[in-house]
Design a protein around this ligand. Structure first.
Ligand SMILES: Cc1cc2nc3c(=O)[nH]c(=O)nc-3n(C[C@H](O)[C@H](O)[C@H](O)COP(=O)(O)OP(=O)(O)OC[C@H]3O[C@@H](n4cnc5c(N)ncnc54)[C@H](O)[C@@H]3O)c2cc1C
Length: 385
């Protein structure tokens, strides 16, 4: 048990908590900020950690570039091919249509995490009142004497110690790295199967090593997790088809339960919740961390507005007003992203014939009406401000 006194206290040293600390300190290095981090001090101890591939949007890249936190090992996406297994309807999105260098980027979770830690260490060197406190799980209870408390404890669906609003989709995601025979470089594939989305995404290891995210019922996902490699690859091939040749190898299989859990209110008095501590989403649209980084960036702006000012203006009332203004400014982006992701997760897992037909029509509409496709892609890439 330790005692703290600070202006801003951040609980959680995951990507969102780290990014928030970095943006606050970069904008105002003299902030009296404390970060409580459950992760080990040494980056080497994270090496075996979460290796799942995360799709980050171009908007997130621009944000992370501002604190020099873009990992060196990343893979660009230039095209996304969306289709339904065994049904009509498909769409292709390309970077050229959107006039962007890339539609998105795939990075391992642990690389984003480690790069943000490194970026924060550099900023720490110029931030005299910053305390980065590493604690054990058992030690996490700290005596808080902070003017503002930021919750960035994150967590995965069903692993969070709070449940508010949301939905259990009755799905799990099996992730892993696959080797294939003949993949087009820079291309991502999202295929909607009878059990849920199956995504095959580029990786920095080269064009034929790809990230797999295969969503299915908890039972079939568990079964697939335990299959031997040969049977697993056979089963994957029959779901995905032969567009990228034969599936040759699978490694690092992991399972995640999927659902939606979100807070209706993201501020209370002097407390605020960001990232997965505010909302845990289904990965179908690859939006969770992208949304969390936008949370962190905008919160940093609001807090710096208060704490870089005159001491007499750092009143409880002004802090609460800043948090309220933050909550207001996040409303549209948050509601749209949560709503769109929930919609996609439900529509793309239904087997009801009218839904299947509507889904095919929607994919065809995306293909034939470029303005709809562009609007959707822009929301995914930059969120709504
Ligand atoms: C299978 C899968 C695929 C995904 N793919 C994508 C994708 O393609 N694109 C995308 O944008 N998002 C994706 N996501 C979502 C993304 O992983 C999360 O949105 C993101 O990790 C949230 O970051 P965070 O920092 O809020 O939380 P976390 O990543 O959970 O980090 C929270 C940190 O806080 C620490 N902590 C917990 N409690 C405490 C405490 N009491 N005190 C101090 N520290 C604490 C934890 O140890 C952890 O390090 C995916 C999720 C899953 C499950």
């Amino acid at each position: 048990m330790s005692e703290l006194s600070c202006d801003v206290l951040i609980h959680g040293g995951g990507p969102v908590g780290l990014a928030c600390a970095a943006w606050i300190l970069q904008k105002f290095p003299d902030t009296k900020l404390t970060l409580i981090d459950r992760n080990p001090v040494d980056d080497a101890d994270l090496a075996a950690a979460d290796s799942r591939g995360i799709a980050l949007s171009h908007g997130s890249k621009l944000l992370l570039d501002t604190i020099h936190a873009w990992p060196t090992e990343s893979a660009d996406i230039h095209r996304v091919h969306v289709s339904q297994a065994g049904r009509f309807g498909r769409a292709l999105m390309t970077r050229e249509e959107l006039h962007q260098d890339a539609l998105g980027h795939i990075i391992r979770y642990r690389d984003i995490h480690a790069t943000l830690r490194q970026a924060l260490r550099v900023i720490q060197g110029k931030s005299p009142r910053f305390v980065w406190q590493h604690v054990n799980k058992e030690e996490v209870q700290v005596n808080i004497n902070a003017q503002c408390v930021v919750h960035a404890e994150g967590g995965l669906f069903k692993k969070q110690d709070w449940v508010e609003s949301g939905r259990d989709y009755g799905q799990s995601a099996l992730v892993g790295l696959i080797e294939v025979e003949n993949a087009a470089p820079y291309q991502a594939w999202e295929r909607f199967t009878s059990e849920g989305p199956l995504a095959v995404l580029p990786s920095h290891y080269g064009p034929n090593i790809l990230n797999l995210v295969w969503c299915g019922s908890p039972e079939s996902s568990q079964y697939r997790l335990q299959l031997n490699d040969v049977d697993f690859l056979k089963s994957l091939q029959s779901e995905f088809g032969s567009r990228i040749g034969r599936f040759l190898k699978i490694q690092d299989r992991r399972l995640y339960e999927l659902g939606l859990n979100y807070r209706k209110e993201i501020t209370k008095d002097n407390e605020v919740w960001i990232g997965n501590a505010a909302q845990a989403l289904h990965p179908v649209a690859g939006q969770g961390l992208n949304l969390g980084l936008r949370d962190a960036f905008l919160l940093a702006e609001k807090l710096v507005g208060v704490f870089s000012g005159a001491a007499e203006n750092q009143t409880t009332e002004n802090i609460q007003n800043a948090l309220e203004s933050y909550a207001q400014s996040r409303k549209v982006d948050r509601t749209t992203t949560i709503g769109l992701t929930d919609f996609m997760a439900r529509v793309f897992t239904s087997n009801l014939t009218p839904v299947v037909v509507a889904r095919g029509l929607a994919l065809s509409a995306l293909q034939w009406f470029p303005p709809i496709k562009t609007a959707l892609a822009r929301q995914m890439m930059f969120g709504r401000r």
